[in-house]
Design a protein around this ligand. Sequence first.
Ligand SMILES: [Zn+2]
Length: 200
Amino acid sequence: MGVLDIVVAVGLVALLLRALVRRGPTPGPLLLALVFGGLGLWRGFGPGPGWLLWPAVVLLTVTAGDFLLAARLNSRMPHTDSAEVKAELLTDCRSDGGRQQLTLAVAPGGAVMLDGVWRDAVRRDAVMVTAGCPVCLVEEVTAELAGPEAQALAAYRRDRAAGTNRLVVLSRRGDDWEAALEPVRASSKPFRPVDCPVHR
Ligand SMILES: [Zn+2]
């Protein structure tokens, strides 16, 4: 067994563990999984030890499953103009029967997660904005509800600029809203919009 086989085996096991720990709609490192899966198949079928086939096959299967799941979620997700989403959220958050809590985040693929807690309901939503920047949307809704001077807003911008994505949790306190930040459970790498002058 050569050095290459050891590297392939370690890479396969590491990627498999990562894929199993991080189940969910966030696809893992697709390219790495394909490269190591491919190397495992090649070594396993060909010149390397045959047992390399097994982790390679499992990794490729899990990766394909994650990818299909993410694609299905994405195709089911509503695609809406950013200004429209913002107006709807603000109207709801300012109405008596509206959300009592709103959790906002931009997923690594650019979708905006908007989890809401009403008095009698809890719902997880996500939208893909067709026009406008998703990061601006999160910042603008936070500024509108918690105020442009909210500490959490400044911290969100600072963390994002430093390369760490965050969830913004907005909670209703009487007539006012409070903002707080929470860590992102899946990938914390922030999404980079292509055409936003603020969030390059
Ligand atoms: Zn932006």
